[in-house]
Design a protein around this ligand. Structure first.
Ligand SMILES: C=C(OP(=O)(O)O)C(=O)O
Ligand SMILES: [Mg+2]
Length: 557
């Protein structure tokens, strides 16, 4: 038996033989041109056919799959795609190569945007592969037919394929690529199929291999013996029991101390789903998602509507935090490009960009103030990448002048964490972005996969910076909205050093609430002290786990 690990994105344990989803046809060696007009017509016809077939499949899909299939069909009908194909045809490419190059351009734009948008690249490539297959007269790529239970293993699965899977026969999905917010992940959990993504060893799994997987921990067992499967199942059952026995409603520690448990969202439409999963509010609305992938900034009216929608989703007293535009570095914006930089992560990004493009931030603040007025709510508004007291003051004056009452900043730069007692003077709250804080504390580019070991927020230095922020906060509410907040064990450490608001991907809320409800503040403080005393991330985690209630062990490993 061998064990592989990936990212668990859809809960449940599955056991069956592997069915390998073969890769798409790829570019044909011969790609003769019949003249630009004829080539363009051929590409357009292929794309339309792909879109029509997707629409047809959507007719038989359930509501969640329907939306994904229709969105994918829309990608195939995007007029921008044909404009780009035309320009590649006039550069002398054959039709298939021009189509490929046009998709490459779009994929590069989405990848550069990072996060949720980068994960749409899989959807786009699937449209491309289908269109190439149509142009060559080949069957569209996809899952081979099968009639007994399987675990599908693929480089990545297309949403169009995932959307119509039958959980009776598909006992699990394993992909080498993909991410937690890819459509494969979202659909798998909606349909109820256990799934593990980003499992690099998946590429070496042979067709027909006996497999078992745990869609929470990301564990994949190859040729497992019975006892290993029994253990996997037993742990999953215990985990389900722990989650089921966690009190619903607002989160408290076992001694009654309140901790806000909130959701990170990137789109107004994410808000109702987050609320359903137990979010008391929003700890981070990444508003730049409204700005990405567009040629112009959204208007004040458009923004107002988006912000008001989110505000209205939650109770009047809920904490709903809007982060102003965090563009630059891993999230470039077409209309706010300040030119190439040697080190974009250390360049004019976040608030620094807003200080140059005051038109953008002022429009955003105006929209937020209008949304507050329309909904009679008090939005929390914070700026990203604040490094100095002067920057915090610049932002808070501007936000207050625009009519925002509750103003905050993100703590993502070590200087701000260390000097929070001064930097926070002009604001009402702060939220620690542990993703960037870890990047800057460890001097390790967060996009550099090879540096993953340095980039964990379990780094004692990062925990110390979180503590420093809280120690200097002068009673202000300090939250964490980086990935760290969604780790049930690390959440205890964060509370132990003074954090009282945790914001995470909605799927992580129940596990974090379960961990919080089983520990007192006193215990959290002891766990935090142990993590702070450690000399490396592994030691910190082991020390924390040793002091935590044994029931949560199944939630964290
Ligand atoms: C929450 C954060 O912001 P983002 O991941 O959007 O940079 C962070 O840096 O931790
Ligand atoms: Mg950040």
């Amino acid at each position: 038996m061998r064990t592989l690990s990936g990212l668990g994105v859809s809960a449940g344990v599955g056991q069956a033989h592997a069915l390998i989803v073969s890769p798409a046809p790829g570019l044909p060696a011969s790609d003769p041109s019949q003249g630009t007009e004829a080539d363009l017509a051929r590409v357009e016809a292929a794309l339309n056919k792909v879109a029509d077939r997707l629409d047809e499949r959507s007719l038989h899909a359930d509501p969640s799959a329907l939306a994904v299939l229709q969105a994918t069909a829309m990608m195939a009908r995007d007029p921008g795609l044909l404009t780009s194909v035309k320009s590649h045809l006039s550069d002398g490419h054959g039709p298939a190569h021009a189509l490929w190059a046009a998709f490459d351009d779009f994929c590069a734009q989405l990848s550069a945007a990072g996060g949720y948008l980068a994960e749409r690249v899989t959807d786009l490539r699937n449209v491309r592969d289908r269109a190439i297959a149509v142009m060559q007269g080949l069957p569209e790529p996809g899952i081979p037919s099968f009639d007994s239970p399987v675990i599908l293993v693929a480089e990545d699965l297309a949403p169009a394929d995932t959307a119509t899977l039958n959980p009776e026969l598909v006992r699990g999905l394993i992909t080498a690529a993909g991410g937690p917010t890819s459509h494969t992940a979202i659909l798998a959990s909606q349909i109820g199929i256990p799934a593990v993504v980003r499992c690099s060893g998946a590429r070496d799994i042979d067709d027909g291999t006996a497999l078992a997987l745990d869609g929470v921990t990301g564990t994949v067992l190859i040729e497992p013996d019975e006892s290993a499967v029994a253990e996997l199942t037993e742990r999953a059952n215990r985990r389900a029991e722990v989650l089921a026995s966690t009190p619903q409603g607002d989160a408290t520690l076992s001694d009654g101390e309140r901790v806000l448990v909130l959701a990170n969202i990137g789109n107004p439409s994410d808000a109702p789903a987050a609320k359903k999963k137990g979010a008391e509010g929003v700890g981070l609305f990444r508003t730049e998602f409204l700005f990405l992938d567009r040629q112009d900034a959204p208007t004040v009216a458009e923004q107002t509507e988006a912000y008001a929608t989110v505000l209205k989703t939650f109770d009047e007293s809920a904490k709903v935090v809007f982060r102003t535009l965090d563009a630059g570095a891993d999230k470039p914006l077409a209309f706010a490009d300040l030119g190439p930089e040697e080190n974009p992560a250390l360049g004019r990004r976040g608030l620094r960009l807003s200080q140059v493009r005051t038109d953008l931030i002022d429009a955003q603040l105006e929209a937020l103030a209008k949304a507050a007025e329309q909904t009679n709510r008090d939005p929390y508004v914070m700026a990203p990448m604040v490094a100095t007291k002067a920057e915090a003051k610049w932002f808070s004056s501007r936000a207050r002048a625009a009519g925002i009452k509750t103003v905050g900043i993100m703590v993502e730069v070590p200087s701000t964490a260390l000097r929070s007692f001064q930097v926070l003077e002009s604001v009402d709250f702060a939220s620690i972005g542990t993703n960037d804080l870890t990047q800057y504390a460890m001097a390790a580019d967060r996009l550099q996969g090879e540096l993953a070991e340095l980039l964990t927020p379990w780094q004692p230095a990062v925990i110390q910076l979180v503590k420093a922020t809280c120690d200097g906060a002068g009673g202000r509410l300090i939250g964490v909205c980086g990935e760290a907040a969604g780790d049930p064990l690390l959440a205890l450490v964060l509370v132990g050093v003074g954090v009282r608001s945790l914001s995470m991907a909605a799927g992580k809320i129940t596990a974090v609430k379960a961990a919080l409800s089983r520990h007192s503040l006193e215990q959290c403080r002891k766990i935090a002290d142990a993590a702070l005393a450690a000399s490396d991330p592994q030691e910190a985690r082991t020390a924390a786990l040793k002091l935590a209630d044994p029931s949560i062990e199944v939630l964290v490993s």
